[in-house]
Ligand binder design. Structure first.
Ligand code: FMN
Ligand code: 7N5
Length: 407
């Protein structure tokens, strides 16, 4: 099955998925969790590429906090509930998916594997999850769509200083049937990623920012400062092209130019959640960009609840950054998210074994999610409730109030 195209019928019914074998790796054991994929990818990738994928900003305090934030939460499981039959499906922005997880957009995937975004698109379709495609993919969005036709995808948008280029991108994504725009709102400038500075990161010369190659190959859209340049080529690339003046009023501009619903990706506060709703966003992704932008920002699982409370169910709220286990997804849903997105975990899968690796990572997370649900006494996703998790050590829960509400 590896490396195969995904048929239209298979792609559309995202609630079905196939079972994938773990990859056979020469000289290493079969990875059984996301952390082992990370270690294998680290051993395999060139240092510059690994550094780009792995690193967070500055001291990487938030990188640590993102994962630890999930680990600090503890379950209050319910028992003696028949969990023989489970329904893991979830509706994500109108799309029924195999479980409430989405592949977050990650840039430049052909550095991880020669098939890059094509392999990811096939994997997402085969495993019944939505794929987020980065503006800065190394495969043109039309080619990604052709690889897994009709399978639900979101287009992540970086707004260029050149608004004509931005709109051209949006229109192309709309024409290709992308279902939503994930508008990244946390990147007016690039976070300070020291690995990229040290390695003078640049896109390897055989690759391009493929969405722009057709628009204007002669200008910098397709290329980054070449090897040998000082500092992060990505930082200077961002500074030269991305519109730092982007503000709330531009969401209206985007809405006037596209019918696709807009998800604000990179919200961390109740205040901004309210502004996003007022601006007409159809959803929010609580994200700190995988800790790659502002170091010291609160971990997303800690920020989630204030956003959920501000939104009060009016639009769906998703969360990413630090999701490494199926239990993390249960915790995110317990705190009010409609789904959780992963970034690095599937990039590691891609680096280790292409499409099969991405599929296997998704499958592992779905299996972990199913098990965590069962052990918490949940049959269906809507059974996941706020009272299933507490923070930190086992401080006494308000049991009296809990019991009274059941009487
Ligand atoms: C290598 C890499 C590239 C990324 N590229 C983009 C991008 O092009 N656009 C974007 O909005 N977010 C990008 N992100 C952020 C992800 O969409 C997501 O927010 C983050 O990876 C989630 O954190 P996690 O990696 O801990 O799962 C990138 C993240 C990584 C790790
Ligand atoms: C503007 C940044 C480009 C890709 C990205 O989002 C990331 O590396 O985190």
């Amino acid at each position: 099955m590896v490396g195969t195209m995904v048929s239209q019928a298979e792609a559309r019914s995202l609630t079905t998925y196939r079972t994938v074998d773990p990859p056979t790796l020469v000289g290493s054991a079969v990875p059984v969790n996301v952390y082992e994929y990370h270690a294998l990818a680290k051993a395999k990738l060139p240092a510059m590429v690994y550094g780009y994928y792995a690193s967070g900003a500055d001291d990487m305090q938030t990188l640590k906090d993102n994962e630890e934030g999930f680990k600090r939460l503890r379950f209050r499981p319910r028992v003696l509930i028949d969990v023989t039959k489970q329904d893991l499906t979830a509706v994500i922005m109108g799309t029924a998916t195999s479980f409430p997880m989405v592949l977050a957009p990650t840039a430049m995937q052909r550095m991880a594997h020669p098939e890059g975004e094509l392999a990811t698109a096939r994997a997402a379709a085969a495993q019944g999850v939505i794929m987020g495609l980065s503006s800065w993919s190394t495969t043109a969005l039309e080619d990604v769509e052709a690889e897994a036709p009709g399978s639900p995808k979101w287009f992540q948008l970086y707004v260029y200083k050149d608004r004509a280029i931005t709109l051209e991108l949006v229109r192309r994504a709309e024409r290709q049937g992308f279902l939503a725009i994930a508008l990244t709102v946390d990147t007016p400038r690039l976070g300070r990623r020291e690995a990229d500075i040290r390695n003078s990161f640049s896109l390897p010369p055989h690759l391009t920012m493929a969405n722009f190659a057709a628009i204007d190959p002669s200008r910098e859209q397709g290329k980054m400062t070449g090897p040998g340049a000082k500092g992060s080529g990505l930082a200077s690339y961002v500074a030269s092209l991305i519109d730092q003046s982007l503000s709330w009023k531009d969401i209206q501009w985007l809405k006037e130019n596209s019918k696709m619903p807009i998800l604000a990706k990179g919200i961390e506060t109740a205040e901004d959640a309210v502004l996003a709703m007022e601006a007409g966003c159809a959803g929010i992704i609580v994200s700190n960009h995988g800790a790659r932008q502002l170091d010291g920002v609160v971990s997303t699982i800690d920020a989630l609840e204030e956003v959920v409370q501000a939104v009060r169910g009016r639009i769906p709220v998703f969360v990413d950054s630090g999701v490494r286990r199926g239990t993390d997804i249960v915790k995110a849903l317990a705190l009010g998210a409609s789904g959780a997105c992963i970034g690095r975990p599937y990039v590691w899968g891609l680096a280790v074994a292409g499409q099969q690796g991405v599929e296997h990572v998704i499958q592992m997370l779905r299996n972990e999610f199913a098990l965590a649900m069962a052990l918490c006494g949940c049959v269906k996703v809507s059974d996941i409730k706020r009272d299933m998790v507490i923070r930190d050590v086992y401080a006494p829960y308000d049991v009296q109030a809990q019991l009274k509400s059941k009487m």
